[in-house]
Design a protein around this ligand. Structure first.
Ligand SMILES: CC(C)(COP(=O)(O)OP(=O)(O)OC[C@H]1O[C@@H](n2cnc3c(N)ncnc32)[C@H](O)[C@@H]1OP(=O)(O)O)[C@@H](O)C(=O)NCCC(=O)NCCS
Length: 232
């Protein structure tokens, strides 16, 4: 039977006088035991964390969103829209609804695992946006409706919204059935979307409280050459 190391008492007891007397003669031996010896772990037990491969999150990642991302989406929406106007394009249930039905029409930008910008879209099958288009996904539709683009406050004005929108349009370019992208935005953002090829169609039929919107559309035909290189 292999003998293990001597059991230590659970309570620290005062040393026995014989033990005290023996300390002098054992000192050399004790020094030997105090010498550092490399610890060998049994097979199957991982080494110290400093020796393990680091599992770091990617510095920057683009991917389609999942319903599990809804909380992160809504956190950005809350700051970007609700704190400003009391409304937001999609509530949490609607975010989950679209990320369940058509996650492939969403795109998120994650920095070290944290969502910093996103677009949520669905398909629409009519010429113009209506109240219904705010909550519906029409799988046979040839129009991608961008419900919301938002960038986390601390990451704005750094080009992230522009990069994400370019990547999203590029992604849509990989879908031969999708002919155009549409969105509604406040008048102040019309010039921003025009940079990406969106053109104003006219005032949008949909209003939210006192907010009115311009409807914008962008043809994806010009992006046909990107179809072979679609992302997510
Ligand atoms: C609009 C938004 C997505 C732009 O993303 P961003 O990463 O900050 O934008 P970029 O750095 O790529 O580009 C900056 C451009 O955005 C436009 N822009 C951003 N915020 C704007 C605002 N409040 N009013 C007018 N234009 C604005 C401008 O054209 C700006 O360019 P400029 O600085 O030369 O004027 C971002 O500001 C945001 O999330 N805002 C709150 C949510 C929102 O309004 N979303 C749009 C819903 S339709």
């Amino acid at each position: 039977v292999p003998r293990g190391p001597p059991q230590r008492p659970l309570l620290k007891l005062p040393p026995h006088p014989r033990e005290v007397a023996a300390v002098g003669s054992m000192s050399t031996q004790r020094n030997h035991y105090l010498k550092p010896v490399p610890l060998r772990l049994p097979p199957g037990i991982p080494e110290f964390p400093s020796h393990q491969r680091r599992h770091t999150l990617p510095a920057s990642e683009f991917r389609c969103l999942t319903p599990e991302d809804a909380a992160g989406v809504f956190e950005i929406e809350r700051e970007a829209f609700i704190s400003v106007s009391g409304n937001c394009p999609l509530n949490v249930a609607e975010v989950q609804h679209f990320l369940t039905l058509c996650p492939e029409l969403s795109l998120g930008w994650f920095v070290e695992g944290r969502l910093v910008a996103f677009i949520i879209g669905s398909l629409w099958d009519k010429e113009r946006l209506t109240q219904e288009s705010l909550t519906l996904h029409r799988p046979g539709g040839r129009t991608a409706h961008l419900h919301v683009l938002a960038v986390h406050r601390t990451f704005r004005q750094q080009g992230k919204g522009s990069v994400l929108l370019w990547r999203y349009l590029h992604h849509l370019g990989g879908w031969p059935a999708v002919r155009r992208a549409v969105l509604m935005c406040e008048a102040k953002l019309v010039p921003f979307y025009q940079r990406f090829g969106f053109q104003p169609v006219g005032p949008c039929d949909v209003s939210v409280g006192s907010l009115v919107f311009t409807e914008m559309q962008c043809s994806l035909r010009g992006l046909a050459f990107l179809r072979r290189n679609s992302d997510c």
